[in-house]
Design a protein around this ligand. Structure first.
Ligand SMILES: *Cc1c(COP(=O)(O)O)cnc(C)c1O
Length: 286
């Protein structure tokens, strides 16, 4: 089993890759007017980080559900944070209003060719490091990460199996795949809060790419997510957030049949330290 440690990225998650690719491709005029993102946290942080390096105005629109420590991380990077509504879809409506009024350019969290391509570099790196791979396991929410990784991996070797993992609490992509079209589901609290949010009813890329390129999707329960976070902390001394640990959860719970040589994408490490300490203390005391 190989671990792809995106939790060690400068902003603590892989989203810096898509953000860098997208912002780098903007015109001079778009750069001068600034950009806006809506996000459960890690995407906003990636955009804020890259935007600051390029000297751009960055606005981030968030739902009230996003934890305080994530908001503070974005504000510390100089982003203007606007909070609106109880779900990512409502924050999105506010985003559209600000684009209309202020001429900002939208940096979508997943459903965008540049974003997908940026995240997909993870797949190229994995195949370069481990050409003999059997399975790649990828956390799955809106599908930008898995669409890019699956496209990259399958273009190098179509025989590699790509497995997406979401949480039982709110698996928007899985529900959409089952319905045969993008559907909305109710948002619930989860340890994998970076996987919350719909795939967008007007989804253009990631739904089709996930349907066509991903071999299977697996769901994990909240206690399995905690087990995955604890496993990488205890065995590898790595701090990984719930969303980043779901691949580990799926593997150690036995939900992935015949993984063979597997690469797991540890997609992020931005967890509230107090939460990880609670999870670890519970398990050390068992
Ligand atoms: C955004 C995110 C994901 C999911 O990526 P999608 O492109 O929305 O599927 C997984 N893990 C972490 C840590 C994230 O921040």
């Amino acid at each position: 089993v190989f671990l792809k440690c995106e939790n060690l990225q400068e902003t603590g998650a892989f989203k810096i890759r898509g953000a860098a690719n997208k912002l780098g491709a903007l015109s001079g005029d778009q750069k001068a007017r600034g950009v806006i993102a809506f996000s459960t946290g890690n995407h906003g942080r990636g955009v804020a980080h890259v935007g600051r390096k390029l000297g751009l105005r960055v606005v981030v629109c968030l739902s009230e559900r996003v934890p305080r420590y994530r908001v503070e991380a974005m504000e510390a990077l100089g982003a203007e944070v606007v909070r609106h509504g109880a779900s990512q879809d409502q924050a999105y409506l506010k985003t559209l209003e600000l684009i209309d009024r202020q001429g900002l350019t939208l940096v979508p969290p997943f459903d965008d060719p540049e974003i997908i391509a940026g995240q997909g570099v993870i797949g190229l790196e994995i195949m370069e490091d481990h050409p003999q791979l059997d399975t790649v396991v990828v956390p799955l929410s809106g599908g930008g990460l898995i669409a890019g990784v699956a496209l990259a991996v399958k273009s190098v070797n179509p025989a590699v199996r790509v497995v997406g993992v979401s949480m039982e609490a709110a698996p928007a992509m899985r529900a959409s795949l089952q319905a045969g079209r993008p559907v909305e589901i109710e948002e619930k609290d989860s340890l994998a809060d970076a996987l919350l949010g719909g795939i967008g009813l007007d989804n253009q890329y990631t739904f089709n790419m996930t349907r066509d390129l991903v071999d299977e999707t697996i769901l994990v329960a909240e206690d399995e997510i905690a087990d995955g976070m604890f496993f990488v902390f205890d065995r590898h001394r790595l701090v990984v957030e719930g969303a980043g640990a779901v691949g580990v959860s799926a593997l150690i719970s036995g939900k992935i049949q015949n993984p063979g040589r597997a690469a797991l994408v540890l997609s992020g490490g931005n967890v509230d330290p107090a939460l990880l300490v609670r999870i670890a203390a519970q398990r050390y005391n068992q």
